[in-house]
Design a protein. Structure first.
Length: 327
């Protein structure tokens, strides 16, 4: 699809990946409708978009509310006449063992990350089906492919987003609606304000686990997927390698991921009090930024990938040796 002149709706647009994506779409010539819970941060993002000479509309929205998402779609269509692109990015995160996190927090995350995406897909299709064309981009995570400990709710939600995309794509194909595309984007760790706003019941401070990539890299992938839709886009070589290795030797990669998470993502020195973060209430307006200050940590990327590669390589060699002995 041609991005210039299109109308795009982006949820989670007040900060991080969503904000970077809205700005990238605006720079590419799309009119943008921005949705998130923080009106101040949302309007500042819309103002940035307008500086690129496009029209931008800020619509405060909680994506867990189906009626609110339908109103968002109606506002977009009433203002710009149609909806060509819908990016489902709004998400929250929760750290802690699955047996320790409050069930109400777990449910709230699923409501936002999973049901919020469902609401977005339904609202987008209500406008795209009659026009016979459009692109829906669902932001998942590499953790939907390779889950990690302490984030069961988040990993579950991102795996669900991947499955949702496949099911919706299949339904559209059965209906002969080949002009509507559904793409899933799987980012690795991204430098966003998310880590300062997470719900946390782990007892340990949360950090961004390297390698850390910029939100702009994901935004470029999203715009690329709008121009040339694909089933799935895994962002970064690290993400693609991890996904490939996991399919090759899941047990080894999962063990390595668990060790890396325990060592690099949760601080062993800094304790943290239990908090529900931004699950139920939006973060401060001041947190409405693209970046979270976690950049510069990619120096450990090669070391991390080498570790995973060595573990997987050893597992593959061991498996081969075992098969030869059996033969």
């Amino acid at each position: 699809m041609k991005v210039k002149g299109s109308v795009a709706v982006v949820t989670g647009a007040s900060s991080g990946i969503g904000r970077a994506t809205a700005l990238r779409l605006a720079r590419s010539g799309a009119d943008v409708v921005l949705a998130a819970r923080r009106p101040g941060a949302l309007e500042s993002a819309a103002a940035e978009c307008r500086r690129h000479g496009v029209r931008a509309l800020a619509v405060p929205t909680d994506v867990s509310d189906a009626d609110a998402v339908e109103r968002l779609a109606r506002h977009a269509a009433a203002r710009f006449g149609r909806i060509d692109v819908w990016v489902n990015d709004a998400a929250v995160s929760l750290f802690g063992r699955v047996t320790d996190v409050p069930l109400e927090d777990f449910r709230r995350l699923v409501d936002v990350n999973v049901m919020g995406t469902v609401h977005g897909v339904r609202a987008a299709l209500a406008h795209m089906r009659p026009q016979g064309r459009g692109v829906i981009v669902n932001i998942a995570s590499i953790l939907g492919e390779v889950p990690q400990p302490y984030t069961a709710a988040y990993c579950l939600s991102k795996a669900a987003v991947r499955s949702l995309s496949v099911s919706v794509r299949s339904e559209l194909a059965l209906d002969g609606l080949t002009g509507i595309e559904v793409t899933t984007v799987l980012p690795p760790t991204i430098d966003t304000p998310l880590f300062d706003q997470v719900a946390n019941d782990s007892g340990r401070a949360v950090r961004a686990m390297p390698p850390v990539y910029s939100p702009e890299r994901v935004a470029r992938a999203v715009v690329g997927a709008v121009r040339s839709p694909r089933r799935e886009v895994v962002v970064s070589t690290a993400g693609r390698l991890m996904a490939w290795q996991h399919r090759l030797s899941p047990r080894a990669v999962e063990a390595t991921m668990a060790a890396q998470t325990d060592l690099l993502q949760l601080s062993r020195r800094q304790a943290a009090e239990a908090t529900s973060g931004n699950l139920f209430e939006p973060g401060p307006e001041s947190a409405g930024a693209v970046h979270g200050g976690w950049g510069g940590r990619r120096r450990t990327a090669q070391r991390r990938l080498l570790t995973v590669g060595v573990v997987v390589g050893g597992a593959v060699l061991a498996r081969g040796a075992q098969r030869r002995r059996r033969a």
